[in-house]
Design a protein around this ligand. Sequence first.
Ligand SMILES: NC(=O)c1ccc[n+]([C@@H]2O[C@H](COP(=O)([O-])OP(=O)(O)OC[C@H]3O[C@@H](n4cnc5c(N)ncnc54)[C@H](OP(=O)(O)O)[C@@H]3O)[C@@H](O)[C@H]2O)c1
Length: 328
Amino acid sequence: MGKTFKWGILGTGKIANKFALGLATLPRAELFAVGSRSQEKAESFARTHGAKHAFGSYEQVAAHPEVDVVYVATPHPFHLPGASLCLKQGKAVLCEKPLTVNLQQAEQLVGLAREQQLFLMEAMWTRFIPAIVELRKWIQAGRLGKIVKLQADFSFKAPFDPQKRTYNPELAGGALLDIGIYPIAFAYMIFGREPVHVSSFAQLAPTGVDQQAAYLFGYEGGEIASLQAAFTADFQKSAFVIGTSGMVELPLFWRAQQLIVHLPEQKPQVFDFPYPSTGLQFQAEEVMNCLDAGMLESDVMPLDESLRIMAMMDRLRKEWGLRYPFEQ
Ligand SMILES: NC(=O)c1ccc[n+]([C@@H]2O[C@H](COP(=O)([O-])OP(=O)(O)OC[C@H]3O[C@@H](n4cnc5c(N)ncnc54)[C@H](OP(=O)(O)O)[C@@H]3O)[C@@H](O)[C@H]2O)c1
């Protein structure tokens, strides 16, 4: 076991709570400090999760000399300021997805981390869960033949509320940055390169952000990724990785605990990969392993790939004429 790391968290919302639960499963991770815009919320969060310090500002977490690494769990537009604050105080950062709201901001953040020679990773936690680690091994070993198609859909019904971060353009709302990023990042992981063809269609909500969309990527070898994300209706939320020798189905692919292998003329085989707690701990383990090894970024979720994914999301938004108010 490597050294123990003292973690700070910015924000006390939904995902911060899930992350804290996951972190509690890691013996060498200590939840040291939580920062909130409200002292009261910080204290309540610290009581629930056993954090040593509760601060009524994000600045105090970033400035604490004992904090090694900070998890940024604020809404999208606050990723850049929150993560920058921590990097400027010499902290390693695990920043929620999307890394920022657009490529310009992402380049700024990555530039800062590189300039400061500090660790930064986008919290694309799917890549670190056991089922996905195994899937990548199967693909590398050629178990499915050549991967020719990918289908992935992340859709659920989010009731329309112009104030909430899902639909609020001021909070960079829309399905793309919130959940579309999962099928897109999955395609980048599976095919490992840029598509040469991109087409898409989006239906915009009354607030102007995308409420549902489909994105079609075509690759130089003819491979196809057919991806969707929506707030309009619940759907099966599965991915299908399709190779010339077989197909893997991933129910709830972004948090998969099962791989279902379909081979020609055989009954489907189900492989279970259960994990304890919320599953958000695996990315935290990756961060600590990288820090132990003196690495400034993860080679499973490298910063250049986060930048490429962000560039793709900018490109899709451009096709839909979707600019956030703070981008005007
Ligand atoms: N990896 C995943 O599975 C996953 C899942 C959900 C969300 N996320 C990402 O995590 C981020 C947060 O999502 P969430 O669902 O946890 O959101 P949330 O429940 O709304 O929580 C966000 C927290 O950020 C803080 N905050 C700072 N400025 C804010 C503002 N102007 N408005 C609202 N909250 C503000 C608040 O904490 P304080 O009041 O304590 O400061 C709030 O509790 C998003 O970027 C999202 O994409 C990731």
